[in-house]
Design a protein around this ligand. Structure first.
Ligand code: BGC
Length: 714
């Protein structure tokens, strides 16, 4: 009998349910505290998994209790939200998505895993793969943005980075893809609200990144808190058992979200805790995070006949298999050895700076305000100019508040000879505007002004939905005062905009000479921003979400299906608003560089494709600007006539090309014909003969795309 089967045969019911329980462990001044329980629970085998316990020593001590003092000596599985770094932070996921570089996505996950594993962790609750088209929802900050193709590529890269090819490695983490599924569509962008979307959108958009995570071998999956079309995901047997496990072949562990099992009662589908526990276990949720519903409810559910011992054993087996795959049985202390070399930390910081630099999206640069030329005096103004803790963004893992390079620090280091004038002007959120006049005065003699505005880090992320998507507090007033002063003295104003979502700030873009969307860039934020401002690096980030002109345009995304009454300015009865344009302020994929790229000569390797063929798409680029830069090229498709209406643009690929001034190059993107399948009326994939348009260009604005067509043959 295998180790795992032999263990299961010896386990009591309480020990089995212990393996299906994950409890938070906080650090009190006097030592660890376990919510609602004690270290006794670990010794008795009543808790088999922990979250939120960080640090080599404390992890070792907890693990020791399980190994040396519990009857069956089963190691603990310890997880944490390592979302965009652990101690060294990288850009928030939405920011990092802007690099459109799977290599970077994987590399930052690898470094985060090394740091977290050194701290004793074996699992991360990441990657977050919820596609979202609604910037009101604060958790848009944690994910890949609006597009499923990007989400799928990010899923693969992150899983590879966290897990490596071998979960036994001491520096690997089990990844947990979340939140399955469609959490990004909460009603009106309000966190935790129900989700009501079509089956087609669910399958064509929201499930796609999760399928990719399974394909990449993700070890665990977390269902969303939310109700999806009437069935809360924590009890969604169809999507967990039938799709995730049976169709996609996922054989890992499903972990509930925080307290989500008990919340089935509030959703109105469970009468009591045993009922909630049974619904969730039967749906395929193996581990109950924080609800204590399995411990308190499953024994009763068993008596009531709502679950069987076989149901419990099946989940226990999955949890034990994961612990075995992580090498925890053979050496429970394999992670948590601490102490990485100083050189490794320096290299990690450098990587963070590099990825942060490439995550910055330049939204505007009129009259080449950027990069700034030689300056004698630079004014660095605004509440986010010198805010180390804010640079971390949402989910800062185990990173201390201090030590993250601010814009002020970055610019001081980059421009040692310039005089830097600094003032906050206003706070991020308060109504106090008494500092504006002083702030504006600081700008008076400057050669250029860097105005650092935006949200606080905690204004995006969980439970941080916003109905107004402008600048908080008195920041607009500060900006307008600065613009006025700058205009009269002809001083260029460069806005560095921090946010966990696209903001609705057309007036700001109008007033500024240059705008950099800096998201939240992590530990090296200020250095990365200084690299771009001074021209040490050319910006190359592209927005992975559309930026609305007005909050009323939300949800806004490029892959809409056609209307029967497409926009026509001269015809009132067409699809439009009376008071705002249909287009976003900045489309998906938009981002300027210090180069000037022209694209031409779109070529397809074949005029016709059969299901197994691969199409090679090429486009020529020339950098007509005077600086080296990296251009991003997107490949979209449009199936103009199909049995089911297809989106006007579907993203199928992207590529990057770096060119020196005057240089020419060719971008290559390959497209598998099978990727042109879509879901028919019964939602089965179909490869439909006919013509498909291939559109290639720098962003999802149809006006700037070159097109050609290919014929699909049955
Ligand atoms: C969040 C998850 C997270 C979990 C554990 C929940 O509130 O929704 O994304 O992994 O907490 O911290």
């Amino acid at each position: 009998m295998s180790r795992i089967e032999s263990l299961i045969s010896r386990m009591t019911l309480a020990e089995k349910i212990g393996q299906l329980t994950m409890t938070a462990c906080g650090m009190a001044v006097t030592g660890p505290t376990i919510a609602g329980d004690s270290t006794e629970a670990i010794k008795s085998g009543a808790i088999g998994n922990l979250l939120n316990l960080v640090g080599a020593d404390i992890v070792r001590e907890m693990q020791r209790l399980a190994i040396e003092e519990s009857r069956l000596q089963i190691p603990l599985l310890i997880g944490y939200d390592v979302i965009h770094g652990h101690r060294t932070l990288f850009p928030i996921p939405l920011g990092e998505a802007s690099t459109f570089d799977p290599g970077s996505w994987a590399a930052s996950a690898r470094e985060a895993a090394k740091e977290a594993a050194a701290d004793g962790l074996a699992m991360t609750f990441a990657p977050m793969l919820d596609v979202s088209r609604d910037p009101r929802w604060g958790r848009i900050a944690e994910g890949p943005g609006e597009d499923p193709f990007v989400g799928a590529r990010m899923a693969e890269a992150k899983v590879a980075g966290f897990q490596t090819a071998d979960l036994l490695r001491e520096d690997s983490l089990a990844a947990c893809a979340k939140h399955y599924c469609a959490y990004g569509c909460v009603t009106a962008g309000r966190d935790y609200a129900p989700v009501d979307i079509s089956e087609r959108t669910l399958h064509e958009v929201h499930m796609v990144p999760f399928a990719a995570a399974v394909g990449a071998g993700v070890a665990a999956m977390m269902p969303a808190f939310t109700d999806l079309n009437g069935i809360p995901m924590t009890a969604n047997r169809v999507l967990i058992e039938d799709w995730l496990r049976a169709r996609w072949g996922f054989d890992g562990v499903v972990i509930s979200d925080y307290n989500a099992v008990a919340e089935l009662m509030r959703h109105g589908i469970a009468a009591d805790l045993p009922d909630a526990a049974a619904l969730s276990l039967k749906a395929g949720v193996d581990i109950d995070m924080m609800a204590d519903a399995y411990r308190r409810g499953l024994p009763i559910a068993l008596e009531r006949g709502l679950v069987s011992m076989a149901d419990i054993d099946r989940s226990v087996r999955r949890v034990l298999v994961l612990k075995e795959r992580l090498g925890l049985f053979d050496d429970p202390y394999r992670r948590g050895k601490g102490g990485e070399s100083p050189a490794a930390l320096v290299a990690r910081r450098q990587l963070s700076r590099d990825i942060a630099t490439r995550s910055i999206v330049m939204l505007k640069n009129s009259a080449d305000a950027l990069p700034i030329g030689p300056v004698r005096r630079l004014a660095v103004i605004g509440p986010l100019a010198n805010a180390s803790a804010e640079m971390r963004g949402v989910w800062w893992g185990a990173a201390a508040p201090e030590g993250h390079v601010t814009v002020l620090e970055g610019l001081r280091a980059a421009l040692p000879r310039a005089e830097i004038l600094h003032s906050e002007g206003v706070d991020i959120e308060s109504g106090d505007f008494s500092g504006i006049a002083g702030g504006v005065d600081r700008c008076a003699s400057a050669d250029a002004i860097v105005l650092c505005l935006g949200e606080a880090a905690v204004m995006s992320g969980e439970a941080s939905s916003r109905a107004h998507l402008g600048l908080p507090g008195m920041q607009q007033r500060l900006a307008e005062a600065v613009f006025e002063r700058a205009k009269s003295s002809r001083i260029p104003v460069i806005v560095v905009l921090f946010s966990g979502r696209p903001l609705v700030v057309p007036w700001l873009v109008n007033g500024a000479d240059a705008v950099l969307a800096a998201w939240f860039l992590g530990s090296e934020a200020g250095n990365a921003i200084a690299d771009v401002i001074t021209g040490r690096a050319s910006p190359s980030g592209r927005t992975p979400v559309s930026w609305p002109r007005a909050a009323g345009q939300v949800p806004i995304f490029f892959s809409e299906r056609p209307s029967g009454r497409p926009f026509d300015a001269k015809d009132k009865f067409t699809s439009k608003y009376l008071d705002v344009a249909n287009e976003p302020l900045f489309p998906f994929g938009f981002g300027l560089t210090y180069g000037r790229f022209a694209q031409s000569n779109l070529r397809l390797s074949a005029p016709e494709l059969r299901f197994d063929d691969v199409l090679n798409v090429e486009i020529d680029l020339v950098n007509q600007g005077s600086r080296e830069a990296e251009e991003t090229v997107f490949l979209f498709t449009h199936d103009k006539i199909a049995t089911v209406a297809r989106p006007k643009l579907e993203l199928k690929g992207f590529a990057k090309l770096r060119l020196t001034p005057g240089a020419r190059g060719t971008a290559h993107i390959s497209l598998r014909a099978s990727d042109l399948c879509f879901l028919d009326m019964q939602l089965n994939p179909v490869f439909e003969p006919g013509e498909v348009e291939i559109l290639v260009g720098p962003c999802a604005d149809p006006k700037v795309l070159l097109s050609a067509s290919v014929r699909l043959k049955g």
